[in-house]
Ligand binder design. Structure first.
Ligand code: HSE
Length: 434
């Protein structure tokens, strides 16, 4: 089947009953309050543990230990994949459903980022829906807005804050002045960060999401190794506090942009001025900015994760199944998606930069730092140096004028040879003014 007719019931198989799966089952119970053009019935569910307490009653649904069996079951019309992970059971379930000609609704960004082309091609070959609004930005309706409502926009850049955990950590480091490790463990204690935070703090989760947006906005082929990815784990509280004295916030910015050579994707910390829309996004919120002709700039913001927001996005996709035949998952057919440019291109950028470091408190050290920058042709715009107090190392922050990234990197190699810092300096791009 390719969808359902208004008024019909769709029989769902829900694979994965974690936070989002449980949130979806709770929302399905309230479907009479929603604007779904037909009825949704859960036929079957599958998860790792049948007995785990979830706050929702699953006793009325057929249970499958194996989600692939669920995908192939006679009484399942649509598969909702909420297992997660780029391979293993999630991939097998999605592929089994599509092969059986069943629509799939998924929140799985890793799967789409790593195997999106093959999976989209399979959905297209079978003529079935593969919908994934919940994969990017939680409740923010960015996937279908970009694909459908904004198909009349010539996108130049899609950027934003796509990981709530990192944004929460950076916001808390600013608010409390606490170190990264301390804020991360508090975030884990409160349940904002996963026990294994790698995907979030490494920037990889945001990379998955920005790839999905790039594939829709620019017809770029999802190709994870070509995304330049840097996380938040090297940011120091002093960087955040000194940037703030220059009227900047440090955010983990994910971006995809098109220039004459093609499309580039990257995730990295960036300084944004306090009057930039991304500077206002605090705590676990997400935001996406779409820039293009002839609209200028559109900003979307909202909760990017959590049971309710993500389940609402899944529901929106389920409603779409009543709304006519499937279209290509990424907008453009999978076989026409063009290669991304190499991530090495990022090193060729020109930008203004922030450098944060602790300078050894000896005569001539600040002069040596500025000389290293001067020798590399990097001009200093602003500089703050705080007292070392009794620590022996003085926090310093420099904003450079526009210059090639390669030049600042060269200067920092020289700084390392001179052994004048007590830590490894942080080099952070400054986002152009809004
Ligand atoms: N872990 C993600 C975040 C949400 O912190 O934003 C799911 O992708």
């Amino acid at each position: 089947m390719t969808g359902a007719r208004a008024g019909e019931a769709l029989r769902l198989g829900v694979a994965g009953l974690g936070t989002v799966g449980a949130g979806l089952l709770a929302l399905i119970e309230r479907q009479h309050e929603l604007r779904i053009p037909g009825r949704l019935e859960v036929s079957a569910v599958s998860a790792r543990s049948r007995s785990r307490g979830r706050g929702v009653d699953i006793s009325g649904f057929r249970w499958h230990d194996d989600p692939v069996e669920l995908a192939e079951a006679e009484d399942v019309d649509v598969v909702v994949e909420l297992i997660g992970g780029s391979d293993g059971p999630a991939r097998r379930t999605v592929e089994a459903a599509l092969r059986a000609g069943k629509p799939v609704v998924t929140a799985n960004k890793a799967l789409l980022a790593e195997h999106g082309v093959e999976i989209a091609a399979l959905a297209e070959a079978r003529g079935v829906h593969l919908l994934f609004e919940a994969a990017v930005g939680g409740a923010i309706p960015i996937v279908r807005s970009l694909r459908d409502s904004l198909s009349g926009v010539i996108a130049a850049r899609v950027s934003g804050i796509l990981n709530g955990t990192c944004n929460y950590i950076l916001s808390e480091m600013l608010r409390t002045g606490a170190a990264y490790a301390e804020v991360l463990s508090e975030a884990q204690r409160l349940g904002y960060a996963e026990r294994d935070p790698y995907l979030d703090v490494s920037g990889m989760d945001a990379a998955h999401k920005v790839l999905i947006l790039a594939s829709i906005a620019f017809g770029a082929r999802p190709d994870l190794p070509q995304v330049s990815v840097e996380g938040v784990d090297r940011i120091e509280a002093m960087d955040i506090s000194l940037a703030s004295r220059f009227d900047y916030r440090i955010k983990l910015v994910a971006e995809a942009f098109r220039d004459a050579s093609g499309v580039t994707c990257r995730v990295a910390p960036a300084l944004v001025r306090i009057d930039h829309p991304l500077a206002q996004i605090g705590g676990p919120l997400n935001a996406v900015i779409v820039e293009g002709e002839p609209v200028g700039r559109l900003t979307f913001t909202g909760p990017g994760a959590g049971a309710g927001p993500t389940a609402a996005a899944v529901m929106g996709d389920l409603a779409r199944l009543f709304d006519g035949p499937a279209t290509a998952p990424f907008g453009a057919p999978a076989r026409t998606l063009a290669p991304l440019l190499s991530r090495a291109r990022v090193s060729q950028e020109r930008s203004a930069f922030f450098i944060g470091a602790r300078l050894s408190d000896r005569p001539g050290v600040l002069a040596a730092l500025s000389e290293a920058l001067a020798e590399a042709g990097v001009s200093i715009d602003k500089l703050i140096q705080d007292s070392a107090g009794d620590t022996g190392a003085a926090p310093v922050a420099i904003l450079t004028h526009l210059c090639p990234r390669a030049a600042v990197e060269r200067a920092l190699v020289r700084v390392s040879e001179l052994a004048i810092t007590a830590d490894v300096p942080r080099l952070i791009r400054i986002e152009a003014r809004a």
